[in-house]
Design a protein around this ligand. Structure first.
Ligand SMILES: [Fe+2]
Ligand SMILES: [Fe+2]
Length: 374
């Protein structure tokens, strides 16, 4: 393996990128790695799937769009982008307000884990597959995610913490999802990732005084990578129309609701972080859901009705139940357990309330491919 390259941003393969991160692992922090190891409903997970089934996908029905997308990714416009340069302003970690510092580190660790989760799944698919189209795509996506995770870890290292990615690969629990669930979940996480990064980037373009850390300057090129990854999953789903029709539409609705609701609850746990960015988390959630819904019309025949009167109230109920659950869990004892059970039931009821809001239906466009437009 060639590790003469000194920075993961310049690595052209996922193996190279990870080897560079591994070499830095001796500085990694135990607390950040423990945070990344957590498996709750709200923390990013690692996934595994039926790699043989995925390897058997035939992309000939979308060949033209597929080849264009792969060429774009092969051209590697973001090679060398994900590293510090003269735009990386000094970060005063010691002077940062403690609550903000805690929430921001939490945000970085969670983002790094999510990026790395994509990296391990894509890398494994590339390793196990024999189908040239599939292995090529997954190699390219794993390359990008290794750079993204590595770059966030560089930022964390400045604060004296970083995630030990090698340890995570070995020790974090893997959740099994059938390939079709991987499509829905991963497609959505790539597209919502795009929408999240671009919304923050545009907001900070207009309000640079709120840019309290230089990493946000990198979000534009970053989100373009995520956009392409989402495009690839849209094309994979397009190869089999059954995936986006019939009973599967109920699964699509489930994943849309789960992904949106998780984002809402997780973001509302970081009030100081959003305050520093000058972003109202309710506005931000609505903005991100609107963009994601618009994009996902490329392949999903439904979108959630986020203007429905029960939508916002349902999210608030879910978020309150989760906050109460967190308190009850620290309380312990019988009363803590009872309160925790009550909060879990309220959370489940709120989720069912969101899921049962009638969805909006759409006819699918003839061409799936989109370019980033926000
Ligand atoms: Fe990424
Ligand atoms: Fe991605």
């Amino acid at each position: 393996m060639n590790i003469a390259v000194k920075h993961s941003a310049d690595a052209t393969t996922v193996e190279e990128g990870l080897a560079i991160q591994e070499a830095n692992a001796k500085f990694d922090s135990k607390a950040a790695t423990e945070l990344a190891m957590q498996n709750t409903l709200l923390t990013p997970r690692f996934y595994t799937t039926d790699f043989d089934e995925l390897d058997a996908v035939d992309v000939s029905s979308v060949r033209e769009d597929w080849d264009k997308l792969i060429d774009q990714m092969e051209a590697d416009p973001n090679k060398g982008h994900f590293k510090k340069n003269e735009d990386w302003d000094h970060v005063d970690w010691d002077g940062m307000e403690p609550k903000l510092k805690k929430e921001f580190i939490d945000f970085l660790v969670s983002s790094c884990t999510a990026e790395f989760s994509g990296c391990v799944l894509y890398k494994e698919m590339k390793r196990r597959g024999n189908n040239k189209d599939i292995t090529q795509l997954f190699q390219l996506m794993a390359r990008d995610e290794a750079r993204h995770a590595g770059f966030i870890n560089d930022a964390l290292r400045e604060a004296g913490v970083a995630v030990n990615l090698g340890f995570l690969t070995q020790q974090k629990k893997y959740t099994y999802f059938r390939p079709k669930f991987i499509y829905y979940a991963t497609y959505l996480s790539e597209k919502i990732g795009y929408a999240r990064y671009i919304t923050i980037f545009r907001h900070l373009e207009a309000h640079p005084e709120h840019r309290f850390h230089p990493i946000f300057k990198w979000f534009q090129e970053w989100c373009n990578d995520e956009f392409s990854h989402g495009e690839a999953f849209a094309l994979l789903m397009k190869t089999d129309p059954k995936l986006t029709s019939g009973k599967n539409v109920l699964w699509i609705k489930f994943f849309l609701t789960a992904v949106y609701a998780t984002m809402y609850v997780r973001d509302h746990q970081r009030p100081a972080f959003h305050n520093a960015l000058g972003v109202d988390p309710d506005w931000y959630a609505h903005e991100v859901f609107t963009k994601t819904s618009d994009i996902s019309k490329q392949i999903f025949p439904i979108t959630l009705d986020i203007e429905h009167p029960r939508w916002q109230t349902g999210l608030v109920k879910l978020q309150k139940a989760n906050a109460d659950l967190a308190v009850a869990r620290t309380q312990g004892g019988l009363s803590g357990r009872l309160r925790s059970l009550g909060a879990q039931m309220r959370a489940a009821a709120a989720f069912v309330g969101l899921y049962t809001i009638p969805a909006k239906k759409h006819a699918l466009p003839a061409s799936t491919r989109m370019e980033p437009a926000y």
